[in-house]
Design a protein around this ligand. Structure first.
Ligand code: DP6
Length: 339
């Protein structure tokens, strides 16, 4: 008999960016980050243990995946099994679907490792319950798969701390605001490409940290960015939050651009998107730019202004379509049972 367990997790976009690590082995971030979990952009993952299977199998959006992505999933299953005290775990079928572009800088690894952590725990431990304690533990495990994944265990606005090198559970995710605590927030995404990015965030941040003279100043500025963003979040002050959001993203990209050779995620559509948002703002529309390890211009805005912001981004050459997301929920177990 095999047990199939399904979990879902939504992606998140950082308001204060994580970029760089202070411990590669445990994947501890060099800077604290703050994120918004997004409604509607989710990964759904099933883990089904199969003692008859000679090796783990990964189906991503219905395609068989091998090589390093499969190896990362296998290592993560091992990590969850080790944590649960399961020795000699059975091999697993892992079937995962995203309802948004994969690996194009929409932080699909965040929702992927969050959903995988929950589904794996459910499959490896019959009767597993996702409560406050296990959620916090799974966030530590998810972080080792991908730093931003720790934040997708929680809904709303989430803080991920920096770690102490050598201490695996030292960088933890903490919910700051629940999904319903600032319902007026919106994130608008201008999808500028459906293709996978050239340089993944792990490589991009490693190379930035190793070669960019602007990386140390980025790290030094992060605690102030975080403090100001936290105060703005607590006061529900979008103007103050937006200022930090825009400068944190631009400082992250500035550090990447100064790497040698440069790490360039920005495209024409990204920069034109930034200008479009700034001119909207000059006309009284709430619109604050952000961008991750991909070309998509994104904007933090309000429910009232989301349509205007989406229309402005849709008019930027190179933007293919737009997505609008409200604050979304944390990772959840969907179904678990014997098959
Ligand atoms: C630009 O979490 O993908 O999206 O820990 O190496 O897997 P790894 O990195 P990842 O990096 C996210 C970088 C970012 C900013 C952010 O989400 O904070």
């Amino acid at each position: 008999m095999t047990v199939g367990v399904v979990a879902e997790a939504n992606t998140n976009i950082a308001l204060v960016k994580y970029w760089g690590k202070n411990d590669e082995e445990y994947n501890l971030p060099a800077v604290p980050s703050l994120s918004l979990t997004l409604q509607g952009l989710r990964t759904r993952t099933e883990v089904r243990l199969d003692p008859a299977l000679p090796a783990d199998r990964l189906l991503l959006n219905e395609s068989d995946v091998t090589g390093e992505p499969l190896a990362k999933v296998s290592r993560h299953l091992d990590r969850v099994a080790r944590f649960l005290g399961v020795s000699d775990r059975p091999r697993a079928w892992v079937r995962s679907d995203n309802n948004f572009p994969t690996a194009a800088g929409l932080a699909s690894s965040a929702s992927a490792f969050a959903a995988l952590s929950v589904a794996a725990a459910g499959a490896l431990r019959p009767g597993f319950v996702l409560d406050d304690v296990s959620r916090a533990q799974l966030a530590v495990l998810a972080r080792q798969g991908s730093g931003s994944a720790a934040r997708s265990l929680y809904g709303g606005i989430v803080l991920l701390g920096t770690g102490t090198p050598g201490q695996c559970d030292s960088a933890r995710a903490t919910p700051v605001l629940g999904t319903d605590d600032w319902p007026d927030l919106r994130m608008v995404i201008g999808v500028a490409s459906e293709a996978a990015k050239d340089t993944g965030s792990t490589d991009g941040m490693r190379h930035t940290a190793a070669t960019s003279p602007y990386f140390a100043p980025f790290v030094a500025a992060a605690p102030t960015d975080l403090r100001q963003a936290m105060a703005a979040v607590k006061a529900r002050d979008l103007v103050a939050l937006g200022a930090v959001v825009e400068r944190s993203a631009l400082r992250m990209h500035a550090s990447a651009l100064a790497a040698d050779p440069a790490v360039v995620y920005l495209r024409g559509a990204t920069i034109e998107g930034l200008h479009a948002l700034r001119s909207l703002r000059a006309r009284g529309v709430a619109a604050y730019f952000t961008c991750d390890a991909g070309p998509h211009p994104k904007a933090l805005t309000t429910a009232r202004d989301a349509d205007a912001v989406a229309a402005a981004l849709a008019a930027v050459p190179g933007v293919l379509r737009t997505l609008v997301a409200a604050p979304g929920p944390g990772a959840r177990l969907i179904e678990a049972g014997a098959q």
